[in-house]
Write a protein that binds this ligand. Structure first.
Ligand SMILES: CC(=O)Nc1ccn([C@H]2C[C@H](O)[C@@H](CO)O2)c(=O)n1
Length: 105
């Protein structure tokens, strides 16, 4: 069996919101849906690979791109339009996504 992942990266501009507890979910594609609830994960900046903080995974739930709403945007600490724009850029033409919720350790 494959070990649970212990590292996650975020765009650098988003990491202050993760480290301050303002951003409590991230929406990723199939390639990053293998985080396991209850496990501790190290957060790094995507661009510079600098460690930011530790989080504990709370849940991983499937979501369709078309289902992303204001509540998700609030938890992402982003405007809904901006969130959908970023997701469309990172995961073009991908409908099946996953909401990963976490808390600061
Ligand atoms: C490698 C990679 O894809 N990194 C990502 C992907 C997404 N995010 C952020 C952008 C939005 O806030 C949410 C939704 O995808 O997650 C990211 O920081 N790094």
């Amino acid at each position: 069996m494959k070990a649970a992942p212990t590292k996650i990266t975020f765009f650098e501009f988003l990491t202050p919101f993760v480290a301050s507890g303002k951003k409590t979910i991230t929406i990723r594609d199939e390639s990053e849906c293998h985080y396991v609830p209850g496990t501790q994960v190290e957060v790094f900046t995507l661009e510079t690979d600098i460690k930011v903080c530790d989080i504990e995974i709370e849940s991983v739930n499937p979501i369709q791109f078309s289902e992303i709403n204001e509540f998700h945007a609030e938890q992402e600490y982003l405007e809904l339009g901006r969130l959908k724009e970023i997701i469309s850029e990172v995961y073009p033409n991908t409908e099946q996504l996953y909401v990963i919720s976490y808390k600061l350790v």
